[in-house]
Design a protein around this ligand. Structure first.
Ligand code: SAJ
Length: 425
């Protein structure tokens, strides 16, 4: 049975580009989101997120009539669920537990419009067992239909997990080129999912079961987290031993089998700092390395903040006529990684907030990718352009290696630099 109509539930950083790719291949796509503002924006042919090239694709898809957005699900042949999977609030020191309430809400929302022959795919990054749990929620809501946990190969509705793996900033290209891991709850579920993704995916669609597909995604992001933690730990050791960590890593990386990642102010974004906890919470006694990597990366912002405080103390010692109120600090970068505007879970933002709330003078910020300061940062902060900021800085705190900062050739000789990204060294 072919897929005439595809519905994507959750029109965020993954769901909207995915919906747009299906629409660009002339599938009829119904995008569903609880956010009325997002729905209205998309229906005007515009987008509510920043992602290169996506605006043109969405605009074409909407004006040609292949993509529409709604707030309540409508019947379709395939449903892709791409909603957030955050973790639950927990006390400091406790292991965060995944929060599946958005998957549950999406399952309950599509259940009434499901029909025999439909395919439901969970794309959201999920703890092991979430796809089976989603199938249970669907079965509870629709006792008239059979699902793979009971119906197996002959189920009325097929269910699979196919995690998204695209890198923010490169989503349009990676959606097409990356290989996909397809974890069906039965062989037929997998085969039908491959057929669906082959609408636009040029990479391989590799079949496994749902639990392995869930774990594969968590493994990829945990692997990166562990490797970044190694680089961050090295940076702290090298600081103590008076060694330039960036020179050290570039030397070690000349070994044919070594490829160390780069240290920084910590790990941000909504994926790498979150997903490893989904493994740790399921296997707390076994996941020792993954757990420690999370703690190492989460501790890095406080280490950088402390470096800034030490730099202020040094500055005052070298300038005895000045008080802390006279020290002009500028933080370079607020985003969670270079050349994007995304501030979610950004270590640079956390460091900036801490400096602005503890320093007795106004703190300058430079972030070329945003126009106004985020509301939750202290009043004690102002956004400046690069050139202006450089003339008004005693202590520069380098937090994000944006291309504009890398292009700066020379800094004033008197400027003290706390460089968490090693671009001004
Ligand atoms: N970072 C470092 N040092 C490095 C590399 C990254 O400190 O050498 C930091 C970044 O500055 C950032 C954080 O890590 O704060 C995460 O950035 P990232 O570029 O590593 O990853 P994300 O979160 O943008 O996207 C990741 C990707 N996963 C992997 O590369 C394994 C992407 O493919 C996933 O689809 C995405 O998570 C996701 O949605 O899960």
């Amino acid at each position: 049975m072919s897929f005439e109509t595809v519905s994507v539930i959750g029109l965020g950083y993954i769901g909207l580009p995915t919906a747009a790719m299906f629409a660009s291949r002339k599938k009829k796509v119904i995008g569903v989101d609880v956010n009325q503002n997002a729905v209205d924006t998309i229906n005007r042919g515009e987008i509510h997120i920043v992602e290169p090239d996506l605006d043109m694709i969405v605009h074409a898809a909407v004006t040609e009539g292949y993509l529409k957005a709604v707030t309540t699900p409508e019947p379709a042949d395939a449903f892709l669920i791409a909603v957030p999977t955050p973790f639950k609030e927990c006390a400091e020191g406790e292991i965060p537990e995944p929060d599946l309430r958005f998957i549950e809400a999406a399952s309950k929302a599509i259940a009434p419009v499901l029909k025999k022959g439909d395919l439901v795919i969970l794309e959201s990054t999920s703890p092991v067992g979430a796809t089976e749990q989603m199938a249970e929620w669907l079965a509870e809501a629709r006792s008239d239909l059979s699902f793979p946990q009971i119906g197996g190969e002959n189920a009325d509705v097929n269910v699979a997990h196919c995690p998204e793996r695209v890198l923010p900033g490169h989503v349009v290209r990676e959606l097409v080129e990356n290989d996909r891991v397809i974890g069906g709850m039965s062989t037929r579920c997998s085969q039908r999912s491959v057929e669906l993704y082959k609408t636009f995916v040029l990479g391989d669609c590799v079949i496994t079961n749902a639990r392995t597909a869930e774990m594969a995604k968590l493994t990829e992001n945990s692997c990166r987290d562990v490797q970044i933690a190694f680089a961050n730990e090295l940076s702290i050791i090298c600081d103590k031993l008076d060694i330039n960590v960036w020179e050290l890593i570039s030397l070690a990386n000349r070994h044919p089998r070594i490829n160390i990642l780069q240290p920084g102010p910590g790990v941000g974004g909504h994926c790498i700092a979150v997903d490893p906890w989904f493994i740790v919470s399921k296997a707390p006694d076994e996941a020792k390395l993954i757990h420690t990597a999370r703690l190492v990366n989460d501790a890095k912002p406080a280490w950088v903040t402390n470096k800034v405080k030490l730099a202020v103390a040094d500055f005052l010692q070298n300038n005895p006529t000045k008080t802390a109120k006279d020290v002009r600090i500028t933080c370079f970068g607020l985003a969670f990684k270079p050349d994007i505007d995304d501030l979610r879970e950004s270590p640079a933002l956390a460091i900036g907030q801490e400096i602005a709330s503890s320093h007795p003078a106004v703190v300058n910020f430079v972030e070329p990718n945003i126009l106004t300061m985020p509301e939750n940062i202290s009043n004690n902060a102002r956004l400046l352009q690069i050139d202006d900021a450089i003339t008004k800085t005693d202590i520069a705190v380098m937090l994000v290696d944006h291309k504009e900062f890398k292009a700066i050739k020379e800094l004033p000789k008197t400027m003290v630099v706390v460089d968490s990204k090693g671009i001004w060294k």
